[in-house]
Design a protein around this ligand. Structure first.
Ligand code: F3S
Length: 298
């Protein structure tokens, strides 16, 4: 059996930065809360809660005298202004790639253009992006976009600026672009899919194509982890999405010749290491058993 770990598995730049900012806040001895879970990984959230950094749901819940940490997904203008209005110390861990999208949609509206956001409407990053627009239009897929455009042909001549959720797939973005290009007469695109996401997905697909089984490590609430599992399933017969090493289906994995491991952008390195370590231990057992039976044959 051979086990291969994708080089891009684990924290992306934005998540690493956000987690680093929380760690720094703890080191400085500040009282702080995070607005929503700092990342989509309950192990990390619990780790910080044990250090006194708890999660709150709205600006009103921030205790007086506490700093508030904005996660990498960012927040809407209304939320940002509500925090400012309370005079709180704001530690902004919004990923710079996400902040760029906030600027693009604001500029688009300032120039009389209509932002079109391609992404999952209820995803916090998309909610935040929409929250920087006066009239946001969000489409989860090409079908929804096509329907909205077909509903009123007058829409075809509106000036549109199209952006994407950073963790969308290239396939989804390309299909939406194709649909819009066909009918819209005044369209500009900003391919805002994060390259870290794109690389991770491409690497996962390539690795999955060479493996009998793929292990995708991450929190089930993490949408980029779910997407990775989905992508791997298109290239590999067996895909296991696990939260941590204790969820590994060892009897099934022992049957596989080549196993690949990848992980979502919010999966901490120690969980990936633990999974890799468990698989390497089985690997040694399997190899030793193979060696023994080989010796028996001699
Ligand atoms: Fe930022 Fe890309 Fe990560 S947008 S939060 S570096 S997935």
């Amino acid at each position: 059996m051979s086990v291969r770990v994708a080089a891009s598995a684990g924290f992306c730049f934005g998540v690493d930065r956000a987690v680093g900012l929380v760690e720094q806040t703890v080191r400085e001895g500040k009282r702080a809360v995070t607005l929503g879970p700092i990342i989509h990984n309950h192990h990390v959230v619990q780790h910080f809660a044990a250090l006194g950094v708890r999660e709150i749901a709205s600006p009103e819940e921030v205790p007086a005298g506490s700093a508030v940490i904005i996660r990498s997904h960012g927040v809407s203008r209304a939320v940002y202004e509500a925090l400012q209005a309370r005079g709180l110390e704001i530690i902004d861990a919004t990923c710079p790639f996400v902040s760029r999208i906030h600027r693009i949609v604001q500029e688009a509206e300032a120039n009389g253009r209509q932002p079109l956001i391609i992404g999952t409407p209820e995803h916090p990053e998309v909610v935040a992006i929409a929250g920087w627009c006066r009239h946001p239009l969000v489409f989860p897929d090409g079908e929804a976009l096509q329907k909205w455009l077909d509903d009123d042909p007058k829409r075809h001549d509106l000036p549109f600026t199209m952006v994407s959720q950073t963790t969308s797939t290239q396939f989804l973005w390309d299909s939406c672009k194709k649909i819009a290009k066909k009918v819209c007469t005044n369209l500009e695109f900003f391919d805002t899919i994060c390259k870290a996401t794109e690389n991770r997905q491409a690497e996962a697909a390539a690795l999955a194509a060479q493996c009998d089984a793929m292990i995708v490590v991450g929190d089930r609430k993490s949408s980029n982890t779910g997407r990775l599992a989905h992508i791997c399933a298109a290239h590999c017969p067996q895909v296991f999405l696990v939260d941590n090493a204790s969820e590994l289906d060892l009897p099934k994995l022992r049957q596989a010749g080549t196993i690949g491991i990848t992980a979502g952008a919010s999966t901490p390195a120690w969980i990936i290491k633990e999974v890799n370590h468990t698989m390497s231990e089985i690997n040694t057992t399997v190899d030793a058993a193979a060696e023994e039976s080989f010796e028996e044959l001699l």
